[in-house]
Design a protein around this ligand. Structure first.
Ligand SMILES: C[S@@+](CC[C@H](N)C(=O)[O-])C[C@H]1O[C@@H](n2cnc3c(N)ncnc32)[C@H](O)[C@@H]1O
Length: 280
């Protein structure tokens, strides 16, 4: 297939992607989507965009549907992305030491669009910097989730190319990474028991979980307003009262309906319950 999607084909793909993931492909990204699709058409031997669209919606083609979803997502990530955010996170972590909730259940943190895991491992590195070895005895659990299975496979392996480390201070590179060859670095295996990676679609509520801090960075840029509102409402159902939500630095929640409290640029808090006045 040489040509790009025509406007009607683009509309059909747009609607399917939006229904399944909340991602909104604007019309000026028609060529980008066409390029991404061409790779899947070649891989599956399909000749036509519409034939491939019908193919991935057949119940027997759930594996190809997943490969399709993997191919239409943008997975750019790297360690220590946006240094200001990591300073905010470390301040927050320091303030949790000694709190009764921290003693009771430790720290539960979610990297909610984790891509290949750089953000989730940066969380652990920062916690170790603040809390010390073995996190000062505090139980730490990090969950990394993403829609794309291929990035989750990479996240579990914990092997990164130099680009992912380009913003990582040298002394941290030395301490937390082992160079395998010129192009690959392995994250310290001792961090891996504190992280779980699993697939999750942000359009759904993550069941049976509560978090103290959620990273939701650089994913809402791909969503339209109703999808953003849906994701934020899903976040609220897993944040503990007083829990934090951090969004990407280019992601404004202006004109988006939500009940979170604004604390700093990018940082929001789930409100604490209002205490009833004590009667005399
Ligand atoms: C640009 S990466 C951001 C990675 C990381 N949070 C960061 O800031 O470096 C966006 C990720 O969001 C994921 N994503 C997109 N739509 C999603 C959805 N509906 N549910 C879960 N993950 C989604 C993509 O697969 C991609 O890996």
């Amino acid at each position: 297939m040489e040509r790009d999607l025509d406007p009607e084909e683009f509309r059909l793909y747009h609607d399917l992607i939006h229904r399944l993931t909340g991602i909104h492909y604007p019309a000026d990204k028609r060529s980008l989507l066409s390029n991404r699709l061409r790779r899947r058409l070649r891989a599956t031997g399909q000749m036509q965009y519409l034939a491939y669209l019908a193919h991935i919606q057949m119940p027997s083609q759930h594996v190809e549907l997943q490969d399709f979803l993997d191919s239409i997502t943008t997975n750019e990530t790297y360690f220590f992305r946006c240094p200001r955010h990591w300073e905010l996170f470390k301040e927050w972590a320091k303030a949790q030491v000694g709190l009764p909730e921290t003693k009771r259940h430790g720290l539960r943190i979610w990297s909610a669009a984790s891509s290949t895991g750089a953000e989730a491992y940066t969380i652990l590195i920062c916690l170790e910097q603040v809390l010390g070895e073995a996190f000062g005895g505090i139980r730490v659990e990090v969950l990394g989730t993403d829609l794309s299975q291929s990035v989750l496979t990479e996240a579990r392996q914990g092997i990164y190319r130099p680009y992912a480390l380009s913003q990582t201070p040298l002394e941290i590179q030395r301490r937390y990474f082992k160079q395998i060859d010129t192009e690959h670095f392995q994250i310290a295996p001792r961090l891996q028991p504190f992280i779980t990676f699993k697939q999750h679609n942000l359009m759904n509520v993550l069941p049976n979980r509560t978090f103290d801090f959620v990273f939701l960075r650089n994913v809402m840029i791909y969503f339209d307003r109703p999808s953003k509102e849906r994701v934020l409402s899903n976040m609220r159902s897993v944040l503990r009262p007083g829990g934090m939500l951090l969004v990407g630095e280019s992601e404004s929640l202006l004109n988006i309906t939500h009940q979170l409290t604004y604390l700093h640029p990018s940082l929001f808090q789930e409100p604490l319950p209002v205490k009833a006045p004590v009667r005399a």
